[in-house]
Design a protein around this ligand. Structure first.
Ligand code: C2G
Length: 133
């Protein structure tokens, strides 16, 4: 069984996230998602999420490509996670290209093209415009 792992905040889950998860799953048989906790988002990523960790976790667990959701609480847990869950491939969107090459010694590292035109930020801006129209 080929095990794949990826990480993210996945707030306001959208088709760009789904495209990433679909392609990540296609790289193997089992997909683990390291989901950023509320604390990690606030204090380490400077991200304010609309949905809480538990709400985002429920949404991801409903996605057919996702087999397991684990908490991401630190920038430094990836190596331990990959070893603990015996992951063969680490996947991230290519906005992170190069950032995780240091994991090459324990697994394959693949950066997949981001889906253009969609982002959580764009959704928030567009919704803000609609409200003000
Ligand atoms: N993504 C994508 N296309 C988009 C938007 C996002 O392919 N239009 C991908 C990102 O490249 C990332 C994943 O979807 O691989 C999750 O995106 P975010 O929730 O924005 O993740 P991020 O905040 O980049 O957190 O330790 C790694 C971090 O937790 C990654």
């Amino acid at each position: 069984m080929k095990r794949v792992i990826t990480y993210g905040t996945f707030d306001l889950l959208h088709y760009g996230h789904i495209n990433l998860l679909k392609r990540a799953k296609e790289k193997g048989d089992y997909l683990i998602v390291g989901l950023s906790t509320d604390e990690f988002n606030t204090y380490n990523k400077g991200k304010k999420t609309y949905f809480s960790f538990n709400e985002r976790k429920k949404l991801l667990e409903a996605v057919r490509y996702v087999d397991l959701v684990i908490p991401e609480y630190s920038w430094n847990q990836k190596r331990d996670d990959i070893l603990k869950y015996h992951c063969d491939i680490f996947v991230m969107g290519d906005d992170w290209r190069g950032e995780f090459d240091f994991l090459f010694d324990i697994c394959e590292v693949e950066y997949l093209e981001r889906t253009p035109e969609i982002s959580t930020t764009k959704i928030k801006v567009d919704l803000g415009r609609i409200q003000n129209d």
